[in-house]
Design a protein around this ligand. Structure first.
Ligand code: PRT
Ligand code: ZN
Length: 295
């Protein structure tokens, strides 16, 4: 019998690619991406990577060219809304990178300042599906002008009065004298899969991979905090630690007033928290990253 290999569709090059590769490497997958190849073989697990344009990922997953995929939620939702015969691909896990918003934007000083002002106007976009759903939900009559790129230029060349485009830093809008007035979709990279049943071998690989991805995402946010703390302030200090269970308290040799306190915090620890800990008498505070986690 031929070996069953789980096939993952990934963006070959672009805003999602590097973070997708990095995530899989953190999950222990060893592979090299070379030049023009469409397939990359993972050396230490029965997994192949299908390297394609992001727009193709949802349909490749739906049509069995790949078992799972990593793609922007914006692309998935657009495909779900525009696929003629429906799309068999759904979100299995949110991955927390490539965050952006699909926004409506228009000239900062022009007549369009809110969604209702769009009535009877033209909106340039690469996302006619998501835009169409928004306009329908709001009962707004406006014309979506579909463009393949450079959407931010549409108002200046009089193709449309406003745009519906992805925004991350906002620099592109600002450089074109545009301002966002409504977010219609918040997006991040997501792991998608179709409803098809995987073979038992592939299901095993998939389950293992999902659990590792979950561990990688959780450990990125989780920190280990250690400090010396006044015995009578342990409760107040514990209350300050974000997302911590009961801490470990260890006596300090030769010191009756202080204890060593250690805890796993599942949320980020900001400088403000450290300053509050110090004000409560905590000393020698260390915040350590966690490399791997398994619940
Ligand atoms: O070649 P291929 O088809 O695979 O890639 P692509 O060119 O279609 O997509 P790519 O690589 O640009 O983006 C891939 C995914 O990254 C998108 O589908 C989103 O999920 C996500 N993403 C995150 C973004 C942005 N941030 C983003 N800022 N995609 C595009 N942009 C563009 C936006 O369209 C606008 O032109 O960046 C500009 C705005 O950026 P700011 O920072 O100036 O606001
Ligand atoms: Zn694309």
């Amino acid at each position: 019998m031929t070996e069953q290999r789980l096939r993952i569709a990934l963006q070959k090059k672009g805003r999602l690619a590097d973070d997708s590769y990095a995530l899989l490497k953190k999950c222990g997958l060893r592979f090299a991406i070379r030049g023009g190849g469409l397939l990359a073989r993972v050396k230490n697990m029965p997994v192949d990577l299908l390297l394609v344009r992001d727009d193709d990922i949802p349909s490749f997953v739906a049509n069995d060219a790949a078992d799972i995929g990593i793609v922007g939620e914006n692309v998935l939702v657009e495909e779900q809304l525009t696929a003629k015969t429906g799309l068999d691909a759904d979100i299995q896990m949110r991955l927390g990178f490539s965050r952006c918003k699909l926004c409506l934007a228009a000239s900062e000083t022009g007549p369009i300042q809110k969604a209702a002002d769009l009535e009877g106007t033209r909106i340039a976009t690469t996302y006619p599906g998501v835009l169409g759903r928004f306009l329908q939900d709001k009962g707004i009559n406006a014309k979506a002008v579909e463009m393949k790129g450079a959407v931010e230029l549409a108002p200046s060349i009089n193709i449309a009065e406003s745009i519906c485009d992805l925004v991350s830093s906002g620099a592109t809008l600002e450089a074109n004298g545009l301002a966002a007035f409504e977010t219609i979709l918040e997006s991040e990279a997501v792991l998608i899969k179709s409803g098809r049943t995987l073979s038992p071998e592939k299901q095993d690989i998939y389950d293992k991979l999902l659990s590792r991805i979950d561990g990688v995402i959780k450990s990125a946010e989780t920190k280990y905090i250690m400090m010396n703390a006044p015995k009578d302030k342990v409760a107040a200090i514990t209350a300050l630690l974000p997302g911590a269970d009961a801490p470990t308290i260890v006596p300090l040799a030769g010191n009756d007033d202080l204890v060593a306190l250690q805890a796993v915090c599942t949320e980020n620890i900001f400088w403000e928290t450290l300053e509050e800990l110090k004000a409560l008498g905590a000393r020698a505070v260390l915040v350590l990253p966690i490399e791997k986690m398994m619940a």
